[in-house]
Design a protein around this ligand. Structure first.
Ligand SMILES: Cc1cc2nc3c(=O)[nH]c(=O)nc-3n(C[C@H](O)[C@H](O)[C@H](O)COP(=O)(O)O)c2cc1C
Length: 157
């Protein structure tokens, strides 16, 4: 069965990594998008993100365009928002069960990952959550090495 690379990305970093993973492993790629786009300057979105994370708000999301029952391996990407995964990913996980699937988490962040992985594991009960990769970006420049990313990609099965 082919894998699905599924990601949310606000400012493009997670998208960039998702596309690289997809190029290497093949299969399908899909994006989680909020119904209402985040608008305003970066700091406005950072502050809105804090409110959403604090209030555990799960924004409405658009259909992802693929049927997840067709995949038993999901490579799931999110930026870190306030020490956890992004609210749009929370919306997806609330609406979809990944039970029984192999889930490979990848996250991008500015160096403060917090409890993102623990939260993801808790939100995918009964999924077979595999070793994650945490990819550090300085603004929009990837600081984790390509070698480390490639090593992680190559163990996806
Ligand atoms: C709302 C918001 C909250 C963020 N919170 C964190 C954080 O807690 N820790 C961290 O290291 N980076 C944080 N960042 C930085 C992003 O995780 C980082 O830039 C990430 O690579 C962005 O991915 P994207 O371009 O795919 O959206 C935050 C960014 C935003 C917009």
């Amino acid at each position: 069965m082919k894998p699905l690379v599924l990601y949310y990305s606000y400012s493009g970093n997670t998208k960039q990594v998702a596309e690289k993973i997809h190029q290497e492993i093949g299969g399908d790629i899909a994006r989680i998008e909020t119904v209402t786009p985040y608008t305003g300057d970066y700091n406005t979105v950072v502050n809105q993100g804090k409110k959403e994370v604090d209030q555990r708000y799960h924004p409405p999301i658009q259909p992802i365009g693929v049927d997840i029952s067709q995949y038993d391996t999901i490579v799931l990407g999110s930026p870190v928002w306030w020490y956890t995964y992004a609210p749009a990913v929370a919306s997806f996980l609330e609406q979809n069960s990944l039970a029984g699937k192999k889930v490979y988490p990848f996250i991008t962040d500015g160096g403060w990952i917090g409890h993102t992985i623990k939260d993801l594991q808790q939100s995918c009960p009964d999924a077979l959550v595999q070793p994650e990769i945490d990819i550090y970006f300085r603004a929009s420049s990837m600081a984790t090495s390509q070698e480390e990313l490639s090593r992680w990609i190559h163990q996806i099965s």
